[in-house]
Design a protein around this ligand. Structure first.
Ligand SMILES: Cc1cc2nc3c(=O)[nH]c(=O)nc-3n(C[C@H](O)[C@H](O)[C@H](O)COP(=O)(O)OP(=O)(O)OC[C@H]3O[C@@H](n4cnc5c(N)ncnc54)[C@H](O)[C@@H]3O)c2cc1C
Length: 401
């Protein structure tokens, strides 16, 4: 595999960098864990920045132009993610939309659905959330109980979803529900696009372990979904769900955002260790950071392999699970190093005037545990790597032996 950019891709990268120099406001060092701003203000800042990117053709890079994309390839998408998203100018409150819901509409949706939903999202006008997990169905998603029943031409939805990221901003949700309770649990599921402002949809906040409000629980009480909002086949929702999870773990390039997180830990460690005595603990911190930087390089290469696979036209495969596993566990380790370097100051969740890093790293450290659960827990991803990449036999409990 050739990792060098072609002359055209180099030109594109130079254009992106030029645009950033002219248009990007100074980075605010945003961290999701610290989102305390009012929702309307975050939404407005997000919409403004997203519209600027849209006008410059620097968002939704791989989507066809007729749906609001830039009509370019996955390498250009990778360049844009790496150059622009890592700047963290605003919280990307539509990360779930761009990473999962909207690619699923692009690939599994009808022409009418693509035309209706893709352009407004690209322009920053509409936000999406993913309504999969339930109190009794996470890793075992097919065990979900939210019901969708026929009602004339459309459907009525009843039930509860949980851990729904950014539902407090969302205009629409990608919802999986049980439309036929008769067959096996993977059958009888249908994927819907649901209006989050429809009567009968209630969103209630849940706080992270660090106090931030990112995810929610969502209740459906006879919420109406029109017939044209089914995505894929009625009772064919499992196939659409699998595609969604592949996008979630494979192509969203979210691991690239690990780079600024690790770099901020390395900068902090550099300052903290510059004049520190060569104790065993300090030497260990250096060694751990060196290992993490090495893993970052490996992840980059692994991520590029996923990109190359998708560029050749194949749908994202199980390799994305490996990248997701690695960045989430590496991030937890990186934040733990920062916590150890902070020592007793690590308990100051709200920061300290003399040490700006206090507060920031403890909140990121608490948040990092969730990284190893969202988008597939580490145990589930290890199962995927073992079975689908390494070809090992299924564990006895699930193989039915
Ligand atoms: C920060 C965050 C954001 C999220 N955002 C969303 C969202 O936007 N939309 C959404 O739908 N969901 C979201 N989720 C939910 C997430 O997808 C689920 O938490 C995840 O799938 C795990 O499901 P669960 O919590 O029900 O745990 P369970 O599935 O009950 O798992 C509990 C434990 O058992 C382990 N386990 C389960 N099955 C196996 C097995 N077969 N082999 C080995 N170990 C196993 C798990 O690894 C875990 O450690 C989010 C979660 C987090 C933490």
């Amino acid at each position: 595999m050739d990792f060098n950019l072609s002359p055209e891709q180099q030109q594109f990268q130079a254009r992106v960098r030029q645009w950033i120099a002219e248009h990007a406001p100074p980075a605010r060092g945003f961290s999701e864990a610290a989102m305390g701003e009012p929702l309307a203000a975050i939404r407005e800042r997000y919409a403004h920045w997203q519209r600027k990117r849209f006008d410059a053709g620097l968002t939704c890079v791989t989507w066809p132009r007729r749906y609001g994309g830039a009509g370019l390839g996955v390498v250009e998408h990778y360049i844009v993610t790496r150059e622009i998203d890592t700047l963290q100018v605003v919280p990307n409150i539509n990360i779930i939309g761009f990473g999962m819901c909207l690619p699923v509409i692009l690939h599994n949706g009808s022409e009418a659905q693509r035309q209706r939903y893709l352009p407004p999202a690209a322009r920053g006008e509409e936000i999406w959330c993913q309504l999969f997990s339930e109190p009794g169905a996470g890793s075992d998603l097919a065990g979900l109980k939210t019901r969708a029943e026929r009602d004339g031409d459309g459907w009525r939805v009843n039930g509860q979803k949980i851990w729904t990221s950014y539902a407090q901003y969302a205009d629409f949700g990608l919802l999986i529900a049980r439309s036929d309770a008769g067959g096996k649990k993977h059958q009888g599921l249908t994927m819907f696009l649901i209006d989050m402002r429809a009567p009968g949809v209630t969103v209630r906040p849940i706080r992270f372990n660090n106090g931030a409000h990112v995810f929610n629980e969502v209740f459906f009480d006879n919420a109406h979904v029109p017939a044209q909002n089914v995505i894929g086949e009625v009772n064919g929702g499992w196939k659409v769900a699998i595609d969604t999870l592949m996008y979630e773990r494979g192509t969203s390039n979210i691991h690239i955002l690990f780079r600024p997180l690790l770099e901020s830990v390395v900068d902090f460690a550099r300052a903290r260790l510059a004049h520190a005595p060569p104790t065993l603990a300090n030497q260990q911190a250096r060694a751990r950071l060196a290992r993490l930087l090495t893993r970052l390089q490996i992840m980059d290469v692994q991520g590029l392999r996923v990109v190359a696979g998708v560029e050749s036209g194949a749908p994202p495969g199980p390799e994305g699970s490996l990248v997701k596993l690695d960045w989430s566990e590496s991030n937890m380790d990186a934040q733990a190093v920062a916590m150890e370097l902070l020592g007793p100051l690590g308990v100051l969740l709200d920061g300290h005037d003399d040490i700006p890093a206090a507060g920031h790293f403890p909140r990121n450290w608490l948040r990092s545990f969730g990284n190893t659960i969202e988008a597939g827990s580490s145990e589930i991803l290890r199962n995927i790597v073992a079975e689908r990449i390494l070809g090992l036999p299924k564990d006895a409990a699930r193989s039915g032996k």
